[in-house]
Design a protein around this ligand. Structure first.
Ligand SMILES: C[S@@+](CC[C@H](N)C(=O)[O-])C[C@H]1O[C@@H](n2cnc3c(N)ncnc32)[C@H](O)[C@@H]1O
Length: 249
């Protein structure tokens, strides 16, 4: 765990991954900040099979991916983990008002803690699927690998794990290309990227998470393969964002 990282940040600072100073700004702000956010989450939701009933979600935030999955799969039950009580409160309110409360359990927990502590059993039985969006890139690479291993151990045979996350560009030139795509996207939404970023907060390290610790797609696919995912794939990629993951036998 990061040293000096366990106390709550002052309220004008935010946990890594909360993104916006006001949690209420997240759902509209994230769609301006990131190109094709809904398309990315829709692809991720589509990678789950209808017989993947028990699903673990890491870093649910305000529940946007959670809701898409609960809507798509009427028999799905999701256990969502997030370390931010503010984000969990928003997720809970939206899930309750959508009528899905009986199929959702929200747990306030640092997923780095779960990955790092093999004796931690608070999430119950094995899962048919694991999902995550825009959260795991806050872990150091060593912890990403530990988390992928823990997810692999927590899946039933035939289970899958899908992650949507920003990627480390493979070179400075490619970073410029990815950045230009972000700028174009913001302009297409009627603002410059700098204007969209005005409502983004300053995050400090908290628990196992840090401000962005991006890894390349190749490095993360290698981590998944070495964690025991037999089939590894990238069903969606748009410049510096991807949905990637795989299946276990
Ligand atoms: C950018 S939000 C994404 C939320 C949602 N998955 C989405 O796509 O809209 C990232 C979420 O991950 C959570 N998060 C980041 N690091 C975490 C950790 N180590 N343990 C638990 N939650 C974490 C943050 O609190 C935040 O709610």
């Amino acid at each position: 765990m990061n040293s000096e990282s366990t106390s709550s940040p002052a309220r004008n600072e935010i946990f890594p991954g909360e993104v916006f100073v006001n949690t209420a700004d997240f759902d509209t702000g994230i769609r301006r900040l990131l190109p094709k956010y809904d398309e990315m989450l829709d692809v991720l939701a589509g990678c789950i099979a209808s017989n993947h009933h028990r699903i673990l979600e890491l870093g649910c935030g305000t529940g946007e991916l959670t809701l898409k999955v609960l809507e798509c799969y009427p028999s799905a039950e999701i256990v969502s983990v997030d370390y931010s009580p503010r984000m969990l409160d928003f997720a809970r309110a939206k899930i309750e008002s959508a009528g899905y409360a009986s199929r959702w359990t929200g747990i306030e927990l640092d997923f780095g803690e779960w990955a790092n502590n093999p004796n931690f059993s608070g999430l119950g039985d094995k899962f048919n699927a694991g999902i995550s969006s825009l959260a795991i890139h806050h872990l150091e690479d060593e912890m990403k690998l530990k988390l992928f291993q823990r997810i692999r151990e927590s899946l039933t045979a035939g289970g899958c794990f899908w992650n949507a996350d920003p990627l480390l560009a493979e070179s400075a030139a490619i970073k410029d290309i990815y950045q230009a795509a972000r700028e174009d996207w913001a302009l297409s939404q009627g603002e410059t990227l700098a204007q969209v970023r005005a409502s983004v907060g300053t995050s400090v390290a908290y628990g196992y998470s840090n401000p962005d610790r991006l890894a390349t797609l190749a490095a993360q696919l290698e981590m998944l393969a070495s964690s025991g995912f037999e089939t590894v794939a990238v069903p969606w990629k748009y410049y510096g964002m991807a949905v990637f993951g795989g299946f276990v036998n």
